[in-house]
Ligand binder design. Structure first.
Ligand SMILES: [Zn+2]
Length: 96
């Protein structure tokens, strides 16, 4: 409990420094990308309570330009929904 509270504070600190990908945040906080996503879901809820929000710059396909819409769970897609290309930008997160 204590540890995940601290992790979310660390994530918020990293996000306030500027936009970051799950990979950047994973390195900054020292947890796996999968755990970053889980913590971001919870962080988004606590930010709403403080009248802030987690801003998600969605992943985009480098081949056809398709932009992934904001998802309930901001996991990284593996393939373009339109052309199936795997050349995608990573979603970026920030606090706005
Ligand atoms: Zn595409």
């Amino acid at each position: 409990m204590e540890r995940s509270h601290t992790i979310r504070q660390d994530l918020a600190t990293a996000l306030r420094a500027g936009p970051a990908t799950a990979r950047d945040l994973s390195r900054a906080v020292g947890i796996s990308e999968r755990d970053v996503i889980d913590h971001l879901v919870h962080l988004a809820k606590s930010l709403r309570a403080q009248r802030e929000k987690l801003v998600i710059e969605p992943a985009r396909c480098l081949d056809c330009g398709f932009e992934f819409s904001r998802r309930e769970k901001p996991a990284r897609p593996s393939h373009c929904a339109r052309c199936r290309s795997s050349r995608l930008t990573l979603p970026q997160f920030s606090i706005g």
